[in-house]
Ligand binder design. Sequence first.
Ligand code: PGA
Length: 227
Amino acid sequence: MVGGDSWIIANWKSHKTVPEALEWVRRVGEKIDVRKNVKVVVCPQFEAIPEVKKEIMVGNLPLLVGAQDISPFPMGAYTGEESASSLKLFITLCIIGHSERRRYFGESDQLVADKVRMAREEGIIPLVCIQGEETPVPEGCELVAYEPVFAIGTGNPDTPENAQQVAQKLKEKYGEKLQVLYGGSVTKENVVSFITQPDISGVLIGGASLDPDEFCEIVRKVHEAYS
Ligand code: PGA
């Protein structure tokens, strides 16, 4: 990363009950250092979001909360959807268009763009997952995660050099303001190789974010690499 803020984002997917989520937050929140230019975000399942937020506020812990999805509609008659206007009380950002949502829930680029618009209207930062250079980045989106499908949950990450190239091309196409994260089999062993690339501003972590000790180690290594 060159200049600007950096992000370490835990995507728990459909893992962790509320008590498990709170245990993780306590352990990680008390162990990690605060660095002004590194934002650490945890994205639990919906039902844990208010509880996690409360735990962070009460303990004054150096963590932000994110959601893994958001409704493309405002509050209203949309059964099963979580509206941006209710989520905004708890979350700073929202993952949108993860490849698992595109694959298992049929999310199209248009739906992703609608969700981005709704998040922005409510002051939530949209973090759009793109699967390659060709995935469109919706208008107004300034934070994306490059997550090649072959690398997700496989233990087979992309190379840092290729991730850097993709990030560079995205910035050429959409402007320098766009921040690009890398995601896909990030671990404590490889995180530094990604975050030290000039155009990569952080990481989105699935599997390796579930274990609090591993996650703390990732945060520690990122801090060390930036200091
Ligand atoms: P992984 O998942 O770290 O388990 O590969 C990343 C993601 O899906 O965001």
